[in-house]
Ligand binder design. Structure first.
Ligand code: ZN
Length: 454
């Protein structure tokens, strides 16, 4: 007797690039059978007319902050589940909201809405070892302490190190390299970075990240390439990444499907001169929380928010749409959300990225064929995370992380005014073999597990 039998759907076979008419049987957290004449099940799901897909994998997002949630309920993890994500990677851009072990302890007790993996963030460690000056390089002693903490975090299952270079421009290349001194050559790990500078600084920033890949011997994930290069030099940025890839470096990138970026107003991203640098005006910057919720900046409001509400997230409507599409279409780029919320406020990408990518970019704009699109949000990130022997494909023996959706209707609904609205077109998500979501309703928010690096 199966736990779940999914009948009548079209099963996404990404390796052979075909939709197979078959039923899917789930038992004890695994996909145990794909075919016809499956045994009886405790729960039968009618998936007629829909695609039965591997659950989506978000390689770049920002987990909840326990100092805000108090570990009571979730914020972004629920948005992830509602948009079909079954596995998400936190600790990006150098920033952990708390020690990954805190998340592990919580999820051991009560699970979570999605599976979580984590980077250990360099900027987070800078803070822990006492370097709170974003303009200052860390001392040799601080670098040594961070390097040891990196080793410990990796030993405890972190997937690698993330950097938020733009958020602490005082960090030197020697510091970036130094924190990896005990993990050099570990090609089972992954580095990722929020680049040093965007726009005119994008290409030298890509050189810096490729240098880190070469000098550490660790694969490198360039984070949210859109906000780095969608100001006029995306073609050059993609060509440069391709050049490094062709030279033998394991460099890939991710990108989100929106022409607006988001970060906190107090961060160094908004240091003096930032707007001139990217060719933007104060009015392009939208604030997201009281007393300025959905207010576009003036010089006065911008300065007041930076001074008095530095943690507030803003949305910067500053990137070129055609370059967003160019990035998403590139074979070295996977789609990731960079989702980021503070008390449910922020940018809609955390609730809309994957349905938007499949609906707007793949179906409507035909940016790439359906299987290439699906691969960018399932198999490609699974492979990057070395989870592809158990996740990212829908095959017998794989983890039963399954997203069932209608390819004709799937679409994001979250907006800048209402950034956590659930998408349309996803009828069900099964996570670790249990039904987690039906329609837009989370029926079991505890199916997700903390995953230590395999
Ligand atoms: Zn970032």
């Amino acid at each position: 007797m199966l736990d779940i039998r999914i009948t009548g759907g079209r099963v996404a076979d990404i390796k052979n690039r075909q939709l197979k008419n078959a039923d899917v049987g789930v038992k004890d957290g695994k996909i145990v059978q794909i075919g016809t004449d499956l045994p009886e099940a405790a729960e039968t799901v009618d998936a007629a007319g829909q695609v039965v897909s591997p659950g989506f994998i978000d390689i770049h997002m920002h987990e909840e902050d326990f100092s805000i949630t108090q570990k009571k309920g979730w914020d972004i993890a629920e948005c992830m589940l509602r948009m079909g994500v079954t596995t998400a990677v936190g600790g990006n851009c150098g920033s952990n909201r708390q020690q990954p072990s805190e998340m592990e302890d919580l999820m051991r007790l009560q699970g979570g809405p999605v599976n979580y993996l984590f980077f250990i963030g360099h900027n987070f460690l800078r803070d822990l070892v006492g370097n709170r000056d974003t303009r200052a390089a860390s001392t040799p002693e601080q670098i040594e302490q961070m390097a040891r903490r990196v080793k410990d975090a990796v030993d405890e299952g972190a997937i690698g190190v993330s950097y938020g270079i733009e958020y602490a421009r005082g960090m030197t290349y020697e510091e970036e390299l130094g924190v990896c001194r005990y993990i050099l050559g570990r090609d089972d790990l992954l580095l990722s970075a929020h680049y040093r500078r965007d726009a005119a600084g994008a290409l030298p920033s890509i050189d810096e990240m490729a240098g880190l890949c070469r000098d550490t011997g660790i694969p490198f994930q360039i984070s949210h390439l859109s906000s780095c290069s969608a100001y006029g030099n995306m073609r050059e940025a993609l060509d440069l990444i391709q050049k490094y890839r062709d030279s033998g470096l394991d460099v890939l990138a991710d990108s989100y499907p929106y022409a607006a970026f988001s970060t906190s107003i107090g961060s160094d991203v908004f240091a003096p001169g930032c707007l001139e640098w990217i060719g933007a005006d104060y009015g392009d910057i939208e604030l997201t929380d009281a007393p300025y919720e959905h207010v576009r900046c003036t010089k006065e409001i911008f300065e007041d928010a930076r001074k008095n509400y530095p943690e507030m997230y803003v949305v910067a409507h500053v990137m070129r749409e055609e370059e967003i599409a160019m990035a998403l279409a590139h074979p070295l780029v996977m789609t990731a959300s960079d989702g980021l919320y503070r008390s449910h406020k922020g940018h809609p990408r955390g609730a809309g990225t994957f349905p938007r990518f499949l609906g707007k970019y793949v179906r409507e704009e035909k940016l790439c064929d359906f299987f290439t699109g699906l691969e960018k949000i399932t198999a490609m990130p699974a492979k990057r995370l070395r989870l592809d022997s158990r996740k990212g494909y829908l095959e017998e023996g794989y983890d039963a992380d399954i997203t069932i959706f209608d390819p004709e209707t799937i679409l994001d609904k979250a907006t800048f005014a209402d950034p956590q609205l659930a998408p349309e077109g996803i009828s069900r998500v099964i996570l670790n073999g249990k039904t987690a979501l039906i329609g837009q309703t989370i029926v079991n928010g505890g199916c997700g597990r903390y995953i230590r690096r395999p």
